[in-house]
Design a protein around this ligand. Sequence first.
Ligand SMILES: NC(=O)c1ccc[n+]([C@@H]2O[C@H](COP(=O)([O-])OP(=O)(O)OC[C@H]3O[C@@H](n4cnc5c(N)ncnc54)[C@H](O)[C@@H]3O)[C@@H](O)[C@H]2O)c1
Length: 252
Amino acid sequence: MRGLGGKVVVVAGGGGIGAATVQRLVEGGARVVVGDINATHATELAEGLRAAGHACIGTGFDITDEASVNALVALAVKEFGGLDALFANAADLQIIHQDSNVLEEPMSVFDRTLDVNLRGHWLCTRAALPELIKRGGGSLVYTSSAAAVMGEAVRPAYAITKAGIEALVRHVASAWGKQNIRANAVAPGFVMTPQIQASMPAEFREQMLKGTRHARLGEPSDIASMVAFVMSDEGTWIQGQSLGVNGGASFF
Ligand SMILES: NC(=O)c1ccc[n+]([C@@H]2O[C@H](COP(=O)([O-])OP(=O)(O)OC[C@H]3O[C@@H](n4cnc5c(N)ncnc54)[C@H](O)[C@@H]3O)[C@@H](O)[C@H]2O)c1
């Protein structure tokens, strides 16, 4: 892929999809700072990639804490001299199991979901934008979900955060597009991350596969490829979009 080489990218949230994206980006020649609340995971991911000759730094960070988000971006600027792109990807997928419905859900579950999955992405935007503008432009990519538009009977807070991300994308594109800032979301269908592989009952996977117009479910690398494409110089006409990567799923 043309136009990733030398770019400085922050990946905010380096779990299943995040880790695959970090790998895809460094393989394309980008220099990457990856942050995750699981500091051990982020540092070990980066160490492994550095051992393979790539430019990658891993660090702990909390997307709900403005100072921590600012420090993540500042680390990229200090170590690599600026910022060209940020991938806002973190979500709390532990609490999603308590995200039941508007009557029964504890407000603490709603608040935490919004804090990580939406307010955190707002904070990433605030931290990254000034650095991208200084650079003369850049790309913000966010992880949304098919849930943003499904209208399920469960997981309302999660869906609200993803719909909110898509609104944020359109705002950023409208406000800063003329300054060469691009904002886009990638909306995955069902992706078999290592965590999902380990925890999801086989019957649920079968049900998801039935609703997918494809022979298999998604892999983290499927999403990573789209994020890398949107961030690269090949994706410069893509602006203000939510791009579904879901194997043609029809379960929504
Ligand atoms: N896997 C899927 O099927 C699927 C489908 C649609 C959308 N998504 C979205 O993809 C993104 C990545 O999900 P994933 O499936 O790779 O799951 P994941 O749990 O492996 O990745 C999420 C990462 O966010 C991190 N995180 C959680 N809270 C944080 C915080 N406060 N600060 C910093 N990091 C924090 C976690 O530690 C984890 O590494 C999420 O935004 C998720 O909503 C996933």
